[in-house]
Design a binder for this molecule. Structure first.
Ligand SMILES: C[S@@+](CC[C@H](N)C(=O)[O-])C[C@H]1O[C@@H](n2cnc3c(N)ncnc32)[C@H](O)[C@@H]1O
Length: 291
């Protein structure tokens, strides 16, 4: 029996165990697992169970919550998040971002630093896209301190992002345009390596957008991209994230969320502003005392 249980793949996740994991994902990361995903979760976590030699999913849950280092917590979340991303995602938002750069420069009034956060950056395609655009704009070339930060809760995604090595999958929405790939990547077999020059300015950190400490020391951010994460969260979690961003975004700053996501009716900390056909969010000045 023990041998049977240890093989991981065959161990069944009981309904109560499924509820424990669902609650954990929400409590720690704000992620709402909708519908019945018990079998999906079981399949995703089976390998950990077998690797750690655990007999039940309940044992695995105990292991996650009792480990002081929180290493297994990070591995758990890496297994359940959706990390889908690609270069040049949502051109309408990227065009608006490109146009904002000149305004951001004007708003600086002598200060020569610019900082951009990609929250939930996954394997880095988003933040590298923004860096390429910013560098190509030529607006911050001389005497500027440029800082782009990619942050994600998945350590696997962060490690991949740091390597900056991609496959064709990461270019899937480019409608066959080879120019971008040829200009910014070196090709080696079926791998595309972002040229070192375009990796400069970018750093990656492991963090949870829900937690104030994840953004500790990162202040006066000019632009935050937080796309395709809020869709997995409920209003309470979105409220916590908005409060976190409010504290760390500069008063003149801009917040982009995914095209299918909205902050309207979910928080009043940010107000929408129409820019080049899309919505960007600005800080609501009257909310200052509430954060
Ligand atoms: C679908 S990907 C989106 C990547 C990129 N922003 C884009 O739009 O292409 C969502 C990412 O958010 C990360 N994520 C989910 N919850 C998070 C949290 N609480 N804190 C930080 N990152 C989180 C996931 O690990 C995943 O890499």
């Amino acid at each position: 029996m023990d041998d049977f249980k240890r093989s991981g793949a065959e161990v069944v996740m009981a309904d109560e165990e499924y509820t424990l994991f669902k609650d954990l994902a929400y409590r720690e990361f704000g992620i709402v697992i909708r519908g019945d995903k018990r079998l999906t979760l079981q399949t995703k976590l089976a390998y950990r169970l077998s690797l750690l030699g655990l007999s039940t999913y309940g044992d695995y849950y105990d292991r996650i919550v009792n480990e002081p280092s929180r290493e297994e917590m990070c591995i758990f979340i890496s297994h359940i998040t959706n990390n889908e991303t690609y270069f040049l995602r949502e051109s309408s938002q990227l065009n608006a971002f490109a146009k904002l750069l000149a305004d951001i420069k004007k708003q600086k009034k002598g200060l020569n630093t610019v900082s951009i956060l990609s929250a939930g950056c996954s394997s880095g395609e988003e933040v590298y896209t923004l860096n390429i655009m910013l560098m190509e704009s030529g607006l911050f070339a001389w005497g500027w301190q440029v800082r782009l930060i990619g942050m994600d809760v998945s350590r696997t995604a962060i490690e991949k992002a740091k390597k900056a090595v991609y496959s064709k999958e990461s270019f899937r929405m480019m409608n066959g345009s080879e120019d971008f790939v040829q200009k910014y990547f070196d090709k080696s077999d079926d791998r595309y390596i972002l040229k070192k020059h375009f990796q400069s300015n970018v750093q990656f950190i492991h963090g949870n957008v829900l937690l104030p400490e994840s953004l500790y020391g990162i202040n006066d951010i000019d632009v935050i991209f937080c796309r395709n994460i809020l869709i997995y969260m409920d209003d309470a979690a979105v409220g916590r994230i908005a409060a976190n961003f409010y504290r760390h975004l500069s008063d003149d700053g801009y917040l982009f969320v995914g095209l299918s996501e909205s902050l309207l009716k979910r928080t009043d900390l940010f107000v929408p502003e129409y820019r080049d056909g899309i919505i960007v969010y600005r800080k609501n000045p009257s909310a200052y005392s509430r954060t």
